[in-house]
Each structure stands twice: as structure tokens, then as C-alpha cells.
Design a protein around this ligand. Structure first.
Ligand code: SF4
Length: 442
């Protein structure tokens, strides 16, 4: 862990100028953090420095040029962005050693420059999404990170050791980023964090302003606020705490998608306790059933671990029974493997590899039937889908029930001249194990 932390490349950011420049800085910082860069407050500790400049009036320009000079003298590796970057020749005439210059509102270009001069780290154990996934690729959807770190201590996980305790971004800050994304053409926001239900706990649900009214920094208010934007809102990494119940009416109001990504990880209370999972004591089956009753179209995706140390055949059977009752829509399953530094490594009774493998197959078989039946239940329904890519006149699209990269697709064969990012009204005509097939209406 320590080794990884030491290896994380460090970036310093100096932010000058108005609130708009500050929002750009926030975006750059969020993206750098999401990619595993460490942000440091001094030139000395930074492997590279980004200066976000202001070019509004002469004194601001002078201050920007002075700051660039200071960063070059103190650190040497400097990227410049922001309003002054709109006239790069003015900067390079005075500071030819600057590594790269970008203009205002170009956080993706800044990130590309950072990658060029300070390669991004990748650790599949802690990355929420694969490399590149946090960028707007394709441009019609975007990940919206609402917090960093985690207050839990799941025994198989080292994220809290590496990323620290939960630090939520105030609601206003998240909403400004979301608004900007929507203004840029993003039509689907994927809310991510380590623990979305816990959003705002660390800030004691502090009040914040957005769109002329007061909100609390908590997941219910954030979901409601995001629902005001013209975009699909999809929640990931939600834990089944009682207050999650309050999100279901927002789905019925059409403010957020009737979709929840909940990493349940197991169905046995004993194993969940050994995993030290959040909300382990909740009766999750009752909760899932109550949500479904209130919002029948709700799609739930989840992940599970089989072969956790101490998992007996009875525990595993309990998990299969749980699955059969919960009837989740989309499920991923991993065989437990130790992560260096995790507390679970010290637990007794490791499950032999052959048994893990065998349980994994049994799990997948049970779930495959459930997923297939859940998908079949949608045949005949009419719903909007968003086009991710085109293959001739066939659109590879997604419905409200499919998150990009992790869930299935909706294949629309008569998509005609549809465009990427466009919403199409379709009728679901068939399924295979993972995907839906549909015909375009109208
Ligand atoms: S909730 Fe558990 S698994 Fe998720 S980041 Fe926190 S400690 Fe890790």
C-alpha cells in the first residue's frame, strides 16, 4: 500500500482568476484524482505543476506570468491552461520552457498533456473504472464523481487505506460540473463514488446553493437536483441503507433512472459480517422486494464474491437461495483472491481454488437463468434507448437498464440514419442471454 502511495505521480495546481476558472480547476483536479494522481500543495512535492491562468485584465495577466515563472523556477515541469492559454504565443514568448499550453474549459486537453509528461498510474484493484473510462468516451455520457475515499473497512478492500476517509464534494460543486457536462452535450450522467449512499455524511449534510435554492449535500437532494437537468441520471455503488428507500419515488417521478448498482457481495449474514460490509445487518431481500413493489420497472445490478475465507457449502447455498429470491437483473461474480494489505488475508479457512471455481460456475448458472427471465419480461415493452455506436443501419444502443461497459446492449436493426448519442423510441422484440433486440418505432 505504502509502496503504491509513494509511486503515485504527484501534481500541484495553482488556480488563478474567477469562479469559472475555479470550476475548470475543480474539473482538472477531480479528473486527476479519479485517475490516481496525487495532488500536492507545494512545488517541491510535485512531479509536475499545472497553472490555471487568468487573462482578464493586465494585472491578472502579469500575475499569471509571474506565477508561471515562479513554478518554472521552483519546479521546472509546468503546464499552463486557462484564459491566458487562448493566446499561447504571449506565454511562450516569455516562458519558452513551459511544456504545454491549453485554453480555458479544456480539462480533457490538460489531462492529455499531463498524461504525456507524467504517465497516469493504473491500479485495477482501486480504479472505479478502467483507464480512459472516466473521460467522456463516447461524448454522450460522463462519469460524475461525487466523493472520494470511504469510511468503511471491508476486510477484502484496501481503498480506505489508500484513498483515505470519505470526502464528499459539496452539492453545488457537483451540480456545476453536471451542468457543464450537459451543456457540452452529455445526455447521461453516471454517478460514481466508493459509497454513493454515504454522500455528504462527512460534511454533516451541509447546506449549499444551486439554481437559486438551498439543498443539503446528501444523496436524496443530489439525485433530485440532478433530475432537473436534461440527462439520464444513473446511480452506481449504492449500499442498501434504509435512506435509499427515499430514492425510489424519484425514479417514479422520472428524475433518475429506475436503476441501482448495489454491490451486495454475498447473501449470507455470516459471510457479510466477515467481509465487514456496510449495511450487512439490513434485510436486503425485504428491501429489494419493497423497492420492486413501489417501482416495478427497477433494474438492479450487483457484484458478488464467492470463495471468501470461511465460506462453507451452507453459506454458499444461502447465497444461491438469496439470489433466487432477489431475482436481480444483472450480476457479476468474482472468485475471492487476496489483495496485498487486506485484513481478509489473515482470516482462517481459505477456500481451495477448485471449490471457488466450482461455486463460481454454479452461481453463474443460477444467475444466467434469472437474468434471462428478467430480460424476457421486457419483450413487448416500448422504451427509449440511447445509441452508443452504429454498425451500418444497426444501432448498438442501451436502455435505462444498461450501464455502459458493464451491462448489455439493445440491438436496433432498423436504426436508419440514427446518430451516436441520439435517443430512439423502440419496441423490445427479443433477447439473448445478455442483450435485448428491438425495432425502432415511428
Ligand atoms: S465500501 Fe468497502 S469495498 Fe467499498 S471502498 Fe469502502 S471499504 Fe472498500
Amino acid at each position: 500500500m505504502t509502496e503504491l502511495r509513494e509511486k503515485a505521480p504527484t501534481v500541484g495546481l495553482v488556480s488563478l482568476g474567477c469562479p469559472k476558472a475555479l470550476v475548470d480547476s475543480e474539473q482538472i483536479v477531480s479528473k486527476l484524482r479519479a485517475e490516481g494522481y496525487q495532488l500536492v500543495p507545494s512545488y517541491e512535492d510535485a512531479d509536475l505543476v499545472v497553472v490555471n491562468t487568468c487573462g482578464f485584465i493586465d494585472s491578472a495577466k502579469a500575475e499569471s506570468l509571474e506565477t508561471i515563472g515562479e513554478a518554472l523556477a521552483e519546479n521546472g515541469k509546468v503546464l499552463v491552461t486557462g484564459c491566458m492559454g487562448a493566446k499561447p504565443e504571449e506565454i511562450s514568448a516569455i516562458h519558452p520552457k513551459v511544456l504545454g499550453i491549453t485554453g480555458p474549459h479544456q480539462s480533457d486537453a490538460v489531462l492529455a498533456s499531463v498524461h504525456q509528461h507524467l504517465p497516469r498510474p493504473h491500479d485495477p484493484r482501486i480504479d472505479l473504472v478502467p483507464p480512459g473510462g472516466l473521460k467522456l468516451t463516447p461524448e454522450h455520457y460522463a462519469y460524475l464523481k461525487i466523493s472520494e475515499g470511504c469510511n468503511h473497512k471491508c476486510s477484502f478492500c484496501i481503498i480506505p487505506d489508500m484513498r483515505g476517509k470519505l470526502r464528499s464534494r459539496p452539492l453545488g460543486m457537483v451540480m456545476r460540473e453536471a451542468e457543464q457536462l450537459v451543456e457540452r452535450g452529455v445526455s447521461e450522467l453516471l454517478v460514481i463514488s466508493q459509497d454513493t449512499s454515504a454522500y455528504g455524511v462527512d460534511l454533516k449534510y451541509q447546506k449549499d446553493f444551486w439554481a437559486g435554492r438551498e439543498w443539503e449535500t446528501r444523496i436524496h437532494d443530489l439525485a433530485r437536483a440532478l433530475g432537473q437537468l436534461d440527462a439520464w441520471v444513473r446511480l452506481h455503488y449504492v449500499y442498501p441503507y434504509p435512506h435509499v428507500d427515499s430514492l425510489i419515488p424519484l425514479m417514479n417521478e422520472g428524475l433518475i433512472l429506475p436503476y441501482l448498482d448495489i454491490p451486495f457481495q454475498h447473501g449470507s449474514q455470516k459471510v457479510l459480517k466477515a467481509m465487514r460490509r456496510p449495511a450487512a445487518a439490513e434485510n436486503t431481500l425485504d428491501r429489494v422486494q419493497a423497492w420492486r413493489k413501489e417501482c416495478p420497472q427497477l433494474v438492479i445490478r450487483s457484484t458478488f464474491i464467492v470463495g471468501f475465507p470461511g465460506e462453507t457449502e451452507d453459506d454458499f447455498e444461502e447465497l444461491l437461495d438469496w439470489l433466487r429470491e432477489a431475482r436481480l437483473d444483472r450480476v457479476g461474480c468474482f472468485q475471492y483472491s487476496p489483495v496485498e494489505g487486506a485484513r481478509a488475508n489473515a482470516l482462517p479457512d481459505p477456500v481451495p481454488e477448485a471449490i471457488k471455481e466450482e461455486r463460481w460456475h454454479r452461481f453463474m448458472q443460477v444467475q444466467a437463468e434469472i437474468s434471462a427471465e428478467r430480460l424476457k419480461g421486457r419483450i413487448g415493452g416500448q422504451e427509449p434507448v440511447v445509441v452508443d455506436r452504429l454498425e451500418g443501419t444497426t444501432a448498438i444502443a442501451r436502455s435505462y437498464g444498461d450501464a455502459p461497459e458493464i451491462d448489455g446492449n439493445v440491438i436496433v436493426e432498423n436504426a436508419g440514419d440514427a446518430e451516436v448519442g441520439e435517443f430512439l423510441d423502440v419496441e423490445i422484440t427479443g433477447t439473448d442471454e445478455y442483450d435485448l433486440f428491438a425495432r425502432r418505432l415511428g
